[in-house]
Design a protein around this ligand. Structure first.
Ligand SMILES: [Zn+2]
Length: 252
């Protein structure tokens, strides 16, 4: 679905904890570059490829991939994607996420002890899905991060893409501000939840409190549109809503 000139969200189905949901990677393009933001799950490729065709930017045109963070629903599809593209692509992520993405460190949420409490609360079917995802995480091949960023950089592609470091959900979580179209790509830092633009979902971040405080980083940008990986596109008084969330995040 086209969001602005040279910006589209790619709606991909995802099954999580037995529920069907949708995730929203973003693609940004101009005549020279096609930048994909997040890569979906290991089995997302056919849908992703189809959505890109619909947006008029086939997968074969991708020149760069930016990963907002290390979670499997953001990087699980990366290996398959790079193989399918078939030519060198620049992979970009925050310095603090690179060791995980490269396979030098086990993914934070996919080590064997962390989800034990969560597993106990799940149904048998949900446990099966979770085990499958953890197995995919354990057996995944690391992918080299070509360019590490720290936040504050403006990548000179597609009218300028500003990197915003928003730690908390993971240590090196990134949001991206598209300078030309005033679109804020939020990763998991914001979410559209129960019909409203909201902060990071409680209980899912490495550091919930830090994740909420990081919303303040987004409040510096003049955003017309927010794209949330979970929940999709938000256009309603975006700036004002982000200012409110930032104030709440600072007050906690
Ligand atoms: Zn995440």
């Amino acid at each position: 679905m086209k969001v602005a000139d040279g910006v589209a969200v790619l709606e991909l189905p995802m099954k999580v904890m037995g529920f069907d949901t949708v995730i929203y990677p973003t693609v940004v393009w101009d005549d020279e570059d096609v930048v994909l933001i997040d890569a979906g799950l290991p089995d997302s490729l056919p849908h992703l490829s189809e959505r890109m065709d619909e947006a008029g930017v086939p997968l074969s045109r991708v020149t760069r991939v930016v990963l907002t963070h290390q979670d499997m629903d953001h990087i699980g599809g990366l290996n398959g994607l790079l193989k399918a593209i078939g030519h060198p692509v620049e992979v970009i992520a925050h310095e603090a996420e690179a060791p995980y993405i490269q396979g030098d460190e086990p993914l934070l949420r996919m080590n064997s002890e962390a989800p034990a409490a969560l597993m106990a609360a799940l149904s048998e079917e949900q446990r099966g899905e979770m085990r499958q995802l953890m197995e995919a995480a354990r057996s995944r091949e690391g992918v080299n991060v070509d360019t590490v960023v720290h936040g504050g950089e403006v990548l000179p592609y597609c009218g300028g893409i500003t990197m915003i470091h928003t730690p908390g959900h993971t240590p090196g979580h990134l949001c991206l501000y598209l300078n030309r179209t005033k679109v804020l790509v939020c990763g998991d830092e914001l979410e559209v939840r129960d019909g409203a633009l909201a902060g990071p979902r409680p209980g899912l971040s490495a550091d919930d409190s830090l994740a909420r405080r990081s919303i303040g980083e987004l409040a510096r940008y003049d955003a017309d549109i927010a794209i949330c990986y979970h929940g999709g596109v938000w256009r309603d008084d975006t700036n004002q809503r982000i200012q409110e969330l930032a104030r709440e995040g600072a007050r906690q």
